[in-house]
Each structure stands twice: as structure tokens, then as C-alpha cells.
Design a protein around this ligand. Structure first.
Ligand code: WTA
Length: 632
């Protein structure tokens, strides 16, 4: 169903309707989907509990909307072009009908293992088509998927499996990432040693590596599906039944499981996909994210399939075998909309320009950015060299918790301004608050970005701990959803995101809580205490700087640093390894014992004086020591 807004005037009209008559607005959009039963009310909510219900009383199955619905007219249309890690490896394409049958077979396979509606299934897989099949097979039978990015370590996997009390893990023997192979199965084996909820592990053969098999528990993916029927009746779900859990990092504690539900997520991901990317029927869309992050969930899997789109899905990395891989894939599939992260752009900018110019990028109609602020230099390079100053560049701001894009241009129909995400999508009511929680109306004034009214794909809770959801998002400012980001708005109402205002750091578009990294460091045998802060990094956006207090250990400093770095790798994953580790005698603390992170941040940023008020510091001499040992 075509949900596209076609002009800026229509956007203004729809936006205003969505704010003044949200029920009417969303009722119209939701009615274009296939429901088993219509809802009784469009939205019921309060941000105090919080309780948010969209399309209550409605019943549906999201897979009927993204597969069955397309079969008659578009069964032979390509759903995905899968591009392998290396250009010489064989690529594959899958049609909507083939995908439908694959999903049904695995759904029946899961049922044969006793997986039922509401059970949790963890997916820890490479970027292969079977990952999409696994996600949709869960949704088909009403099981709740929880995808864990395959770059996380076995300890991180273990934490998430335990929190979700998952019954099954779907994984692969291993994966290809550039010139490296990663063994996934043995990571799963270690992770589930302590997870009593796990009954089965389904293993896809990707590397022909014959992993160890634990009999009865481990099942070969192809063996499981080979004798299954290729039709599977879709489980009827309430609009507010859980669709998936996705773990994400916050300021405090362990990552939390953000919960999304079936009806609202379906409506908003499809609506935002079509509008933000201005996707037209025969376009080829490519989002380079990994399926393990929200961007992959919403704009590789759900949004495009709900809209009957053809997408590219890529197994590898942008710099293998060389820095021209992305441009070569755009040329190969004649990609029309390309969606990637600033960190990729910044890294690819440094390669020989010939890698770009030798490819034909003329199919591109739109280029997009997501995950972190895009700096002006990267914006200009992307716009000029990739978009040939001829494609709208959309900067899309959103979060795991928001489920879909919140602030962004809509293809070429909205005004564009470098480094500005732009206007809110219809249905989104953002405000900027000051320190007292008052709404800021003046232009160009920084404030805390909050949202005033619910939207269909917002998080409903954090899995197993509703209080945490309330405290994290709804308690800072009464009556508002708090995003954790700072932003400002220009005189025309366009938003610019400044960055996180809490203890979350964004490294290459990946979110980490400083507390989570400190926790991992503190488990190291040398570490007594640590403080982690972010600092500006030319490629990654932010780098991780760790100050670690160690005892009076005689030993090689580099060895200690390596060992600390290994601990982070072990407890979180290589992706969270600190860029700089400085061993210190002590951390600057106030008399009441609070670490003065403000000072540590300044030092990490290279500012070695002007620390402001330091009168509450317990031991000012520590600062001198830290400055002496600072890592360049
Ligand atoms: C940041 C990713 C600036 C922001 C979709 C947010 C951005 C966090 C942008 C969410 C953008 C995301 N400009 N910052 N266009 N997009 N962010 O949950 O700080 O992985 O709060 O979701 O990334 O990260 P998450």
C-alpha cells in the first residue's frame, strides 16, 4: 500500500492533522494493513506508569502483512539480493514467494521443537538470508525474537539469554567478516553453559567448519527444515503482543531489553520507510546496518518487506577487499536509496577517490545517514562525491526505543541543511526542555530533546523490569519521553542533534554505557576502579578513553593495558575495546566520593587546563598526575 507523502505542502498538512487529530490520522494509516480484527481504540496512554497501547483490540500477524499480502501480485518480485562477503563469492536473490516458504518451513521447524507463542528465541547470526528467515519464522508463530549482534562476546550473549529466558538460540557455525572468520557456535556453547532456559540450539552451516554438536540439544538448521511443510498458518496476535526484544545500552547497569509490540511497530516502520526514503515501487533499497541493531530490524527487515520493497543485504564490511566495496555494490544492483552511518563515510573518505569514480552511481536517487551526528565535512563529501550533488541527503535521527525514524527529511520533498536532521515525521511531537524542565521556544537554543505524545512504534517497557523503563525514560521530565540527546532548533523549526547528554557513548554508531565498560574493566585482575569517558574521534565519532586505577603492581605497563583491553573484549565484545587506556593512581573525586567525570572528559578531549570549579576535589594532586600520563 502506497503511504507516501508527495510534497512539502502535503507534509505540512499531514503533520498538522497528525498532531491535532492523532486518532483519525493513525486510523487512516493503520487501515491500509491486513488485520484479522479491527481495533477498538487507536491510542490509549499515560507517560506516568508508563502505559502505551496502540490499536488496542486489533488482531494481526505482521508476517501476513509482509509476505502473504504480496504473494498474489508480487510473489516473483525479489525481496532481497544477498551479496556475499567477497565479490568473487556467489551472491543470491530470493523472491517474496521463496521467502514465504522458507519462513513457513522454519516456523514449522520451531513448532516441532515446542516453541510457542510468547517464547523467546535468541538469534546470533551472520548477515545471511537465513537471519531474516529466522526473525520472520518467530513472528509467524508469535515467538518473541531477540537478536544479539554477532560482534558481542559469549558473556554478553549469556547475559541477554538469561535476561530474556530464551528457549532456543538460532546461530551459525561461524561468519565471514572481511578477511576474518568468527566462530559463533563455540561462543554460544560457552554462553549457554549457565543458561538453564535453553532447550535447543539451531545451527546454520555457513563455513563448513563442522562445529562440536551436543546431541539432542543442537540441531542442524537444514536438517530441521528439510521435511517441514512450506505453509504455516500465522498465529493471531493482539496488536499489543510482544514482537521482539532488543537489548541496548543506557547510562546505568546492564543493557536493557527494549520491548516492541506487533501492531504499532508494523504501522510505523512501513509508514516511515516509504516516506523517509520516498521508496517507489521498483526501486532497489540498501541499508548497510547489521540486523543485530534496530536499524537492521526496522529498515532491512520490517519496513521494506511491509512495503513490498526489493533490498540489498550485504554480508561483509565496507573496506574489504578494498574501500570501494560499497560503491561497487551500488553499481552492481543499481541501488536507488542508500542508507549508511557517518562512521562508514568518514572511513571511506580517506581512500583513493578513484574507488568511487570508477563505479557508476547514477542509479542513486537518495542517500541517507543514521546512528550519530554527521559532521559537516563528511556531509559534504557524501553529498558531493556519492550523491553527485544531485541526491537529497537525509539525516535520520531515531533510537532503538523509538522503533522508527523520528526526525528527518522526507526524500527530496523537505528542505535540507547540512548537519541538521530536519523536521519531525507526522505523528512525532518533539520539544526541547531546559534544566528546569520548561519548554524552550527560542531558536538556536540547546535543550534536552523530549517527545510529548506517543507514536505507534515507541517502546512499551524494558523486558522484565517496567520500573527501569519508567526511571530511564519517563521520570526525568514529568509527562515527557526523554531521549537522552541534546538538540537545538533553528528559526525554521529544523532540528540539529548535538549528542548524548547522559553517560552513553556512541562509537561508530554503536551505543555503550560508560558504566557497562567500567564494569567489564573492573573484573580485570589488575583493576581496582575505573572511569570511562568518550572523546572526539575522527573516524568513529567518539572514542573510548578509560582511566584505570591499579594497585602497586610491578609489571609491564603494556601487558597490564592489554589485559584490561582483553577483559572488555571478553565481557562485552571487541567492538567496545577502549581506544586509550591510562593507568592512574586514583580518580579525581569529590569529598562525597563522586568521580568528577567532567574533568576526566576534558582531559580526554585534550583540554589540560581550565577545569572550572575544583574546590570540592578531595585530592587535587591526582589531576596533575593524570595530566602527566595522558594518552595522546
Ligand atoms: C544517536 C540508532 C545524531 C543518538 C538508530 C541516539 C544520532 C542514539 C542520529 C540511538 C542522527 C542516532 N544524528 N545522532 N541522525 N541517529 N543518533 O539506539 O544519540 O543505536 O540517542 O539507534 O544514536 O542509538 P541506537
Amino acid at each position: 500500500m502506497d503511504l507516501r507523502i508527495r510534497s512539502f505542502e502535503q507534509y505540512q498538512h499531514d503533520y498538522s492533522k497528525s498532531i491535532t487529530q492523532p486518532d483519525l490520522f493513525w486510523d487512516g494509516i493503520a487501515s491500509t494493513f491486513k488485520w484479522k480484527k479491527k481495533w477498538n481504540s487507536v491510542v490509549e496512554w499515560n507517560f506516568n506508569d508508563p502505559k502505551i497501547e496502540w490499536f488496542k483490540g486489533g488482531q494481526l500477524n505482521i508476517t501476513e502483512n509482509l509476505l502473504d499480502r504480496h504473494l498474489e501480485k508480487d510473489g516473483n518480485k525479489i525481496a532481497f539480493h544477498w551479496e556475499a562477503n567477497h565479490p568473487n563469492d556467489i551472491s543470491k536473490s530470493i523472491t517474496y514467494r521463496e521467502l514465504y516458504h522458507e519462513v513457513c518451513k522454519l516456523a514449522n521447524g520451531l513448532k516441532s521443537l515446542g516453541v510457542k507463542k510468547g517464547d523467546r528465541v535468541c538469534i546470533y547470526m551472520p548477515m545471511v538470508l537465513e537471519s531474516v528467515v529466522s526473525i520472520l519464522a518467530c513472528a509467524r508463530i508469535g515467538a518473541v525474537h531477540s537478536i544479539i549482534f554477532a560482534g558481542f562476546s559469549s558473556n554478553a550473549l549469556e547475559d541477554r539469554i538469561i535476561d530474556a529466558k530464551a528457549k532456543v538460540v538460532i546461530t551459525a557455525d561461524g561468519l565471514n567478516r572481511g578477511d576474518k572468520k568468527v566462530d559463533l557456535k563455540s561462543m554460544v556453547d560457552i554462553a549457554i553453559e549457565t543458561c538453564s532456559s535453553i532447550e535447543n540450539v539451531i545451527v546454520l552451516n555457513c563455513l563448513n567448519s563442522s562445529p562440536t554438536v551436543v546431541s539432542k540439544r543442537d540441531i542442524d538448521y537444514h536438517h530441521l527444515i528439510e521435511s517441514q511443510k512450506n505453509e504455516c498458518e500465522a498465529e493471531i496476535m493482539d496488536a499489543e503482543d510482544m514482537l521482539f526484544i532488543l537489548y541496548t545500552s543506557g547510562s546505568t547497569g546492564k543493557p536493557k531489553g527494549v520491548v516492541h509490540t506487533c501492531g504499532g511497530y508494523m504501522v510505523y516502520t512501513s509508514y516511515s520507510f516509504q516516506n523517509v526514503f520516498q521508496y517507489e515501487e521498483n526501486d532497489v533499497f540498501w541499508c548497510t546496518a547489521d540486523i543485530g541493531w534496530i536499524t537492521g530490524h526496522s529498515y532491512i527487515v520490517y519496513g521494506p518487506l511491509l512495503s513490498g520493497a526489493t533490498s540489498v543485504i550485504f554480508e561483509g564490511i565496507p573496506t574489504y577487499p578494498d574501500g570501494g566495496r560499497f560503491w561497487q555494490i551500488i553499481d552492481k544492483y543499481k541501488v536507488n536509496q542508500f542508507y549508511t552511518a557517518p562512521t562508514a563515510i568518514r572511513s571511506l573518505m580517506s581512500f583513493d577517490e578513484n574507488l568511487v569514480t570508477k563505479q557508476d552511481l547514477s542509479s542513486l536517487k537518495l542517500i541517507g545517514s543514521v546512528g550519530e551526528p554527521i559532521n559537516e565535512e563528511a556531509w559534504n563529501w557524501y553529498y558531493e562525491k556519492i550523491g553527485k550533488s544531485n541526491c537529497p541527503l537525509i539525516d535520520t535521527w531515531w533510537q532503538t526505543e523509538t522503533g522508527g525514524v523520528m526526525l528527518s527529511g522526507l526524500g527530496g520533498i523537505s528542505p535540507m541543511k547540512a548537519t541538521y536532521a530536519g523536521y519531525p515525521l507526522p505523528g512525532i511531537d518533539p520539544v526541547l526542555l531546559d534544566n528546569e524542565g520548561k519548554e524552550i521556544h527560542e531558536a538556536d537554543t540547546e535543550g534536552y530533546l523530549c517527545i510529548k505524545f506517543p507514536w505507534p512504534s515507541m517502546l512499551r517497557t524494558t523486558y522484565g523490569d517496567h520500573e527501569r523503563c519508567k526511571n530511564t525514560y519517563f521520570s526525568n521530565y514529568n509527562g515527557y519521553y526523554f531521549t537522552g540527546d541534546g538538540a537545538k532548533r533553528d528559526e525554521n523549526g529544523m532540528f540539529r542533534i548535538i549528542g548524548r547528554v547522559d553517560d552513553v557513548i556512541n562509537v561508530s554508531g554503536h551505543r555503550f554505557g560508560t558504566a557497562e565498560i567500567e564494569d567489564a574493566i573492573n573484573k580485570n585482575k589488575y583493576a581496582i576502579e575505573s572511569a570511562v569517558v568518550g572523546y572526539p574521534h575522527t573516524i568513529k565519532g567518539q572514542g573510548i578513553y578509560a582511566y584505570v586505577v591499579i594497585g602497586n603492581i610491578e609489571g609491564d605497563e603494556q601487558e597490564i593495558i592489554n589485559s584490561i583491553s582483553e577483559s572488555v573484549s571478553k565481557f562485552i565484545g571487541k567492538i567496545a575495546k577502549p581506544d586509550k587506556i591510562q593507568l592512574v593512581k586514583g580518580l579525581p573525586k569529590t569529598r562525597s566520593g563522586k568521580i568528577m567525570r567532567r574533568i576526566l572528559r576534558k582531559i580526554a578531549e585534550g583540554e589540560l587546563s581550565n577545569f572550572g570549579d575544583t574546590s570540592t576535589l578531595l585530592d587535587p594532586s591526582l589531576i596533575e598526575d593524570i595530566i602527566k600520563g595522558v594518552k595522546g
